[in-house]
Design a protein around this ligand. Structure first.
Ligand SMILES: [Zn+2]
Length: 339
């Protein structure tokens, strides 16, 4: 029971001060004393059993803890929702395992809407990105560069280098530098330009360099010039497809307003939140086609299960980072069945 707080000069009489700093009276002291002595008797009686139980639990937990090093992944997009489309599925899978994933949007998305703009839109998109990250259990950062105006400057390259170093990334994902949108293209260039510099100690000296170059990957895309995307690593996301849709659903300003408007689909968007989420899961905005060329990679790692896979995310290994062996790929992507 809480009583008034006493000043240090107040006489104590028969009252005493409890652990919480409040005065307790004689009856309360006696109750506390009885409960305390009862608990210590119970503890004394069961102490040998408790010690035994704790030893067994720690013996069981230790080998697992020693083995499990979380995979650390950082993904870059030009806009708050780009990473989600390209790698939202694997991010949900990593998060469920306790691995560490961060999405970074290089622009604040302040040009991506038909009626909102500027600070108001940037704030809305930042909140949507935060909510998207929360829904699958990853970190999401939105940098304050302007949407539609991203350039591969030294300043932004250094932002990218800092992000990769601070995350101590094992793996970095970014778009290829061939794309319809200049912000996407330059995000590809910026991450490409950072992909060796992250280990050079004399650059960006305020953030210690990585000891080892991470593996750098490209998201999948549909562009064919100068050469088409190559699906080196293809991961089934059937088990987390609903989670990915839930993540995309957080970007209300994009999937239910801006993108349908650009595609002439705005009239089709249902008003009801549950119905529009269903519409998103079935429609063309959120789903990426599982290309026939990815089948070979799927079969190589999933064997007979590959034929049943409906949804997948694919990645190409760039030539500029660490070149992983098959064993390293299986450690970085701990999702494939044992061979
Ligand atoms: Zn984008």
């Amino acid at each position: 029971m809480l009583r008034r707080k006493r000043s240090s000069t107040e006489p104590q009489n028969s009252a005493a001060r409890g652990n919480d700093g409040y005065i307790i009276g004689p009856v309360e002291m006696s109750v506390r004393h009885s409960v305390g002595s009862m608990l210590s008797k119970i503890f004394a009686c069961y102490r040998p059993w408790l010690a035994c139980l704790l030893t067994v639990v720690s013996l069981l937990a230790l080998p697992g803890r020693a083995q499990k090093q979380p995979v650390r992944v950082i993904a870059f997009g030009a806009h708050p929702d780009d990473c989600d489309l390209g790698a939202g599925g694997i991010a949900a899978k990593y998060a469920a395992r306790g691995d560490k994933v961060k999405f970074v949007s290089l622009t604040n998305g302040d040009a991506g809407h038909q009626s909102l703009r500027g600070e108001e839109l940037a704030n809305r998109r930042r909140a949507e990105a935060r909510e998207a990250g929360r829904r699958i259990g990853i970190e999401y950062e939105v940098l304050d560069n302007h949407d539609g105006k991203l350039l591969p400057t030294l300043e932004v390259r250094e932002q990218v280098i800092r992000e990769i170093r601070q995350w101590n990334a094992d793996m970095v994902i970014a778009p290829r530098p061939n794309d319809y949108h200049p912000d996407h293209r330059y995000t590809g260039v910026l991450v490409q330009d950072a992909s060796y510099m992250v280990i050079v100690p004399d650059l960006v000296m305020d953030t210690p360099a990585l000891k080892r170059n991470p593996v750098f990957l490209y998201y999948s895309d549909r562009f064919t010039r100068p050469e088409p995307f190559r699906g080196d690593i293809v991961v089934s996301i059937d088990d987390v497809f609903e989670k990915k849709i839930d993540m995309l659903d957080a970007h209300v300003s994009q999937f239910y307003e801006w993108l349908p408007w650009t595609e002439g689909l705005l009239e089709q968007v249902p008003k009801d939140p549950a119905e529009r989420k269903h519409w998103l899961a079935k429609g063309p905005l959120a789903t990426r086609k599982l290309h026939p060329e990815w089948r070979e990679s799927l079969e190589r790692r999933y064997g007979a299960q590959a034929a049943r896979i409906q949804h997948a995310e694919a990645f190409e290994i760039t030539e500029y980072g660490h070149q992983p062996s098959e064993e390293e790929i299986r450690k970085l992507f701990p999702f494939f069945p044992d061979q």
